[in-house]
Design a protein around this ligand. Sequence first.
Ligand code: OMP
Length: 237
Amino acid sequence: MNHSLIIALDFADISEVGRFLTPFEDRQLFLKVGMELFYQEGPAIVDYLKVRGHQLFLDLKLHDIPNTVKSAMKGLARLECDLVNVHAAGGKEMMREALEGLEAGTAAGRKRPRCIAVTQLTSTSQEQMNKEQLIPVALDESVLHYASLAKDAGLDGVVCSAWESDAIRKKVGQSFLTVCPGIRMKSDQIDDQKRVTTPDYARDAGVSAIVVGRSITRSADPVESYEKWMNAWKGDY
Ligand SMILES: O=C(O)c1cc(=O)[nH]c(=O)n1[C@@H]1O[C@H](COP(=O)(O)O)[C@@H](O)[C@H]1O
């Protein structure tokens, strides 16, 4: 999954997904299914995308007591996605149990899905973290701390802003995945994101993958937009 561009399919239902994907014809993509789509369509959406040969990030951001997360991950492993995630704020024990659940649910002879932890959401600012989460440190310090916890728990990487990727890999190792949303072209609207970088910045920072949603999914010509993004990111097809 190194150097992938992951398209966030933040759509209301499967028919919207079908309409979006039709112009891409038989092209195989790396796609992300989040809560909006999964809560409507359930595991059927995963099958729908997998049979078409796409790679899949199932972004359900699990965050609960360790036992619940373990059991949920056991079930999610059976869906055979490539990547799943949890919130690092759930703690090291929860992350370890998430991995155990994934291992238990992965069929013999198959690779378990990779598991990454959300550090601080890219919609979180320094001020919000300090005042609302009452975490009294610099935001990048909190991100680095969560990344270390995720590494200690045995996870494969983190979700973070591209701003933080280099420091994370220097601290916990270059093979640790950094998957980065909050990416915008200079001309794009920033929407609800707070820690935003351009694809060029993310490329130069050596992040593992970028996640791009609205800039592609809401553009008038998504295929043209995807091409433009792949050129800027110089992604692997
Ligand atoms: O886990 C994620 O994918 C995620 C974590 C995070 O910190 N920030 C973040 O934006 N995301 C997801 O990445 C996508 C970004 O979409 P756009 O802002 O439209 O490009 C959305 O589907 C978010 O749910």
